[in-house]
Structures are given as C-alpha cells and as structure tokens.
Design a protein. Structure first.
Length: 350
C-alpha cells in the first residue's frame, strides 16, 4: 500500500467549527505569504484521512471503523460568506474622519443632535444605495467607519463613531412592542466583543405577527436592506431593542424633544412636505402618521372601510382606503397597491 502524502493546510482562521478548531491546534502555521485554504479544504482532509484510516484498519482485520461525525457549522446570514461567521469584527470608538482621512475631533461640548425617524431611515438608505463596502478600518466620505456600529452612528448623525459597547450610552432600552423605524437591535457580547457583536437598524415590521422586520445593516460585503426574522438570524435572544435619545417626531431639533403627532410641517421625504417615508406604513406599523393618513382619507371621502375612527395602528382598512384613493387617480396594478408613496401623499394632502 502506498504511503499517503499529506499537505499541511492551515484552515481559515475565522471559521469556528469543531473541525477547524481541531486543525488549528494540530497543524503548524502556513509559511508567510501562502494563501489560506477555505474551511471546506480542512473538512475534505478530515474525511479523506478518516477514509484512509478505515481502509487501513479493515485491511489489518480489525473490523470496520466508526464513522466520524460531520462538523456542524452555525447558520449564517444570507448573502454573507460562511467564512465571515460567526464573528463580526468592529472598530473601536473613534472620532469622525475628515476629507484627508485623518480624525476630525468633534466640536467642544458637542451634544446629541435631534433627528426624526424619517431622517434616520433616509440616511441609512444612502449607504444601502451606495453599497458601502464593509470595513472596520476604513471611513466613508461622510466620516463614519464602515462597520455595523459606524453605520448606526451615521444614521443617527452622532458626533463620533460609536461601537457596540457604547451605543447604549446614547440610547434607551425599549421593548419589542415599542419598536419603530429608526430604533436598533443591539447585541454586544461583553465577554468577547469580537465574537458575535452586531447591531442593525429596525426599518419596520413586515407582517402583523411581528415575527419579521426590515433590517438596515452594514455587513460583508456591503450595506444592505433585507427582511429579517426577529430578532436576528443567529443569537436572536441576545439582540435587544434600543431607541436613540435624540429621536424627535417632527423637524430635527434638540435631543430629547417630546414626540407628538406630526403636523403639516413634518418631515419632507422625497421632497413631499409632511411625508415621512414608506417605512411608516404597512403591517405592524403603529405611529401618528397612520392616524393622520386615515383622517385625511375620511376627509377626502375614502374612509368607508373604517368600522371605527382611524387609529395609529396600520390595518386593512387603511390599505383599502389608500387603494381606493389611488384607483380614483386612474392608477392600476402596482401603482394602486394601497401603500402611500410620495405622490399618493402629495395628492391626498394637496
């Protein structure tokens, strides 16, 4: 029997499955400059070695060898290479970076700036549209670090780049039922910050059962917006909801401004006065903008689907009322889906 030839392979260092941990312990490090093998290579080596050992034992008459159990990998986020799980490395708390790439110290005595929920979602959307590459050492043109906590710092318009260990100092803990667009779901692993820590921006519920939501997040390879199971794909129980202390209901102002029902001088998403953005409407939405929308539908003669007065929680009566108004404009198909876009809002409130 030919003597098998084994090649020394160092598995990818960020894979934490049982097989990879074993080979990291028993194999020497690769020579400098040598490309690291994908974890699949080490799994193939384990299987090949086991098969060779079984054949050798059988040849010696010792009977069949027991099969080695397959190493199980933890589930990972869709669209993210398995090699990037389960760790989510992040940079530390840092100041914003100027155009020269150098840190720009925040103004003396800088306070938290007030910001509306619509502004938070709009700011998050700019990175989604630009597909900002993920990096824990690079800074985007706006001065914010290109990792998950830098993304939230940008969306909240914070005066510095926070990290998962400091975001809670500028936010208040809330309950799942209180979540609204612009809030966050934060997992900070205090015992090992580089292992699993992550944060995403809550963009609104995608269903009435509150089992899934739209998440805005900075993750390899770039910023994305994706329907996500509550609270997250993995370590779900460790993701806690928080609300930025500077969130306001109307125009951006000072931090801590009292949230009140929006008036005509509210946000102007897509250039339409008072329109907060699509994230505020749909299954699971519960906010003053839904109430204002319903009252305007009634005023315009499209409130026949309500069995009681319009309220803050989005329902089928809201959707059917909006759809009736859209069809009255001559729209059909997807243009009359019952969800208020900027043009629907402009015409309804004109």
């Amino acid at each position: 029997m030919e003597t098998p030839v084994f090649e020394e392979i160092e598995p990818a260092s960020d894979c934490d499955c049982a097989g990879c941990r074993h080979w990291r312990r028993v194999l020497p490090h690769s020579p400098a400059g040598r490309a690291l093998a994908h974890p699949a290579a080490c799994r193939a080596l384990v299987v090949a070695t086991a098969a060779a050992s079984a054949a050798a034992v059988s040849a010696l008459g010792a009977g069949p060898a027991a099969a080695l159990p397959a190493a199980a990998h933890a589930p990972h986020r869709p669209g993210v290479p398995a090699g990037d799980e389960p760790g989510t490395p992040q940079g530390p708390r840092t100041p914003l970076h100027g155009g020269t790439g150098r840190p720009a110290a925040p103004p003396a005595g800088a306070e938290l700036a007030g910001i509306t929920r619509a502004e938070i979602i709009d700011r998050a959307g700019t990175w989604v549209a630009a597909k900002v590459p993920y990096s824990l050492t690079s800074y985007w043109s706006d001065g914010y670090r290109q990792d998950c906590s830098g993304f939230v710092s940008m969306a909240w318009k914070l005066p510095a780049n926070e990290w998962t260990g400091s975001l809670a100092t500028v936010a208040d803990r809330i309950t799942k039922e209180e979540l609204q667009p612009g809030d966050i779901l934060l997992f900070h692993n205090a015992s090992d910050p580089q292992e699993g820590s992550h944060v995403v921006i809550f963009g609104g519920w995608t269903d009435g059962t509150h089992t899934a939501y739209t998440a805005y997040e900075q993750t390899p390879p770039h910023t994305r917006k994706l329907d996500t199971p509550y609270a997250y794909w993995s370590n779900s129980a460790k993701y806690l909801p928080y609300r930025y202390k500077g969130v306001t209901a109307g125009k951006a102002g000072t931090a801590g401004a009292e949230e009140a029902p929006p008036g005509a001088a509210g946000p102007a998403s897509h250039g339409v006065a008072g329109y907060p953005g699509r994230a505020w409407f749909g299954p699971g939405a519960d906010n003053p903008y839904v109430t204002r929308l319903g009252r305007q539908l009634v005023k315009k003669g499209f409130g026949t689907h309500y069995t009681k007065g319009p309220g803050p929680r989005w329902g089928e009566a809201d959707r059917r009322g909006v759809q009736a108004f859209q069809r009255a404009q001559g729209w059909r198909g997807g243009a009359a889906d019952g969800h208020p876009g900027p043009e629907t809002w402009r015409r309804l409130f004109s």
